[in-house]
Design a protein around this ligand. Structure first.
Ligand SMILES: CC(C)(COP(=O)(O)OP(=O)(O)OC[C@H]1O[C@@H](n2cnc3c(N)ncnc32)[C@H](O)[C@@H]1OP(=O)(O)O)[C@@H](O)C(=O)NCCC(=O)NCCS
Length: 257
């Protein structure tokens, strides 16, 4: 594995080929949120960041990140500005957004992670608030997620306990082009991957905000499939009845944005 962890909490050192050796904690106000597929030169650094938390083969991780697109799933990176003019921006955090079965105005948030050496400095909040702005600007109104052990972090950021949802993950190799075309429209008034639109500013928004078009509808094929039955299960911040595929307790949470 290519990871080398720094001994200093103020430094993040990943693969030296992709990250600077010494990275001072970036200024919160300088951070930007950008889709992975718009910054392919940072794919390796992003894979390292995620693998630092959830080790997996680099090939598999890069493949997963390589599926990011404006049509979802979409991987976002929290970036700090380049420390020197020659250096690449530092990948501070990552989150993946997917469409949700039967809920056209929802997104499922997964693989939320901040670089280990940079935790506890507000970057997780900035990542989550940034992706809320990003999702809302594209017409989505609700975020869903599941967590084993970070429910208090998410509750602190306004997430409430919710029901399980089914994220939609597919590639063009699995579905016909006509089917995918329903997802390929950009629901926001902004064109994708233009420099001026890449940066999700984490600015406070008013209570109403501008009126934005809703996201494109989900294809009928998907909206007719029933969700896995939630049953009479219940959960509290102390206890959950839900389990992941391995049988581990899992908390489902959601937030209106
Ligand atoms: C969870 C994680 C993303 C949080 O990132 P972070 O940068 O450490 O969090 P922040 O410093 O931005 O914390 C934001 C706020 O949440 C609070 N907070 C952070 N972790 C918390 C926790 N476990 N419980 C309660 N509050 C928490 C902080 O006190 C802070 O509050 P404030 O903004 O009011 O001062 C990070 O710890 C991480 O990457 N963990 C490993 C991967 C992981 O578990 N991801 C979640 C998968 S579901």
């Amino acid at each position: 594995m290519e990871l080398i962890l720094s001994t200093s909490p103020a430094e993040l050192t990943l693969d030296p080929a992709h990250q600077p050796e010494k990275t001072p904690a970036p200024n919160l106000t300088e951070l930007t949120l950008e889709p992975v597929h718009c910054r392919p030169e940072l794919l390796d650094a992003c894979a390292d960041l995620i693998n630092e938390q959830w080790p997996r083969s680099r090939t598999s991780r890069l493949h997963s990140l390589g599926q990011s697109s404006d049509a979802f799933p979409l991987c976002l990176m929290l970036l700090s500005p380049r420390p020197t003019p020659e250096a690449a921006p530092v990948v501070v955090g990552h989150a993946r957004l997917s469409r949700v079965l039967d809920q056209p105005q929802s997104l499922l948030v997964e693989t939320v992670v901040v670089a280990r050496a940079m935790r506890g400095h507000g970057f997780g909040r900035r990542l989550m608030e940034g992706l809320e702005v990003f999702a809302r600007a594209r017409g989505f109104r609700r975020l869903h997620l599941s967590t084993h052990d970070q429910l208090h972090f998410y509750a602190h950021l306004g997430y409430q306990l919710g029901k399980p949802v089914q994220g939609l993950v597919f590639t063009s190799r699995q579905l016909p082009a006509t089917f995918l075309s329903a997802f390929s429209r950009n629901p926001s008034p902004q064109p994708p991957c233009k420099a001026s639109n890449l940066i999700a500013q984490v600015a406070p928004r008013g209570p109403q905000g501008p009126t934005l078009p809703p996201p494109p509808p989900l294809p009928e094929l998907l909206t007719t499939s029933p969700l896995p039955p939630a049953g009479p299960l219940s959960q509290s911040l102390m206890e959950t009845q839900y389990q992941d595929l391995r049988g581990c307790p899992i908390f489902w949470m959601e937030k209106d944005i």
